[in-house]
Design a protein around this ligand. Structure first.
Ligand code: HEM
Length: 205
């Protein structure tokens, strides 16, 4: 068996706090958006919890950001600038997800500490962590206190626009979590990547 240390402690801590935080934000968010449809808690409790958990998730984000900004592991998030190589690798990976893995082929990407993501993961994680999540945090802060941030809310076209962006990204994250949890279960055995995200070590048999 071959073992590779791929997920340093700050990344693992950030990730699981983030995952639980997002699930709770979705649960409380559903209560705020669809008042009366689900009845686990009152509207007021949902708003209070949503705000507090939101701030925890934002603070947690800086654990991820500061870790990568101060570590040479940031290369994992730097895209391959050779377009031909990037396209070939991405195509191979898509083919594997769509066909190869169903007929027992080996994953074309080999995980190493400085090249741990396949091209699809690298692109998706970069967009999620550097664009989508920060927009969600920003719109969330504006909606937390629309009076205090009224100038910025008006600049973006009013509460309805800011709220629509926040709700659309909320829908994106619901789909993302399902896809991400499914793809995370494609290791061999299916628990392999989950185990690695807890222990830090990716094991290859
Ligand atoms: C139930 C919720 C979740 C589960 C079960 C889960 C599972 C996993 C697993 C197994 C991995 C390791 C495999 C890999 O690198 O692809 C991983 C990595 C990752 N996940 Fe999640 N995840 C969840 C929620 C989230 C959320 C909500 C986000 C972002 C908002 C997220 C972002 C990431 C990122 C960026 C990585 C790579 C981290 C790094 O090594 O830098 N995950 N996740």
């Amino acid at each position: 068996m071959h073992k590779t240390y791929v997920h340093p402690l700050p990344v693992r801590l950030w990730h699981w706090i983030n995952a639980v935080g997002f699930l709770l934000l979705i649960l409380t968010g559903v209560h705020i958006r669809y008042v009366g449809v689900f009845d686990l808690m009152s509207f007021r409790t949902a708003v209070t919890l949503h705000n507090w958990i939101g701030f925890v998730v934002i603070a947690d984000y800086f654990v991820w950001l500061l870790f990568y900004l101060t570590s040479d592991k940031i290369v994992n998030y730097v895209p391959d600038l050779n377009a031909r190589r990037l396209f070939t690798k991405a195509f191979r990976q898509v083919r594997y997800y769509g066909y190869g893995m169903f007929v027992g082929e080996k994953d074309p990407h080999t995980v190493t500490p400085y090249d741990k993501f396949n091209p699809m993961q690298a692109m998706l994680y970069s967009v999620v962590m550097l664009i989508v999540a920060p927009i969600q945090f920003y719109t969330g802060i504006l909606l937390w206190d629309v009076q205090r941030f009224s100038a910025q809310v008006e600049f973006f076209g009013g509460v309805r626009i800011v709220d629509t962006i926040h709700v659309l990204i909320f829908a994106f994250f619901i789909v993302y979590i399902f896809m991400h949890a499914y793809l995370g279960a494609l290791g061999r055995p299916w628990t392999a990547h989950y185990k690695a995200m807890f222990t830090g070590w990716e094991e290859e048999h």
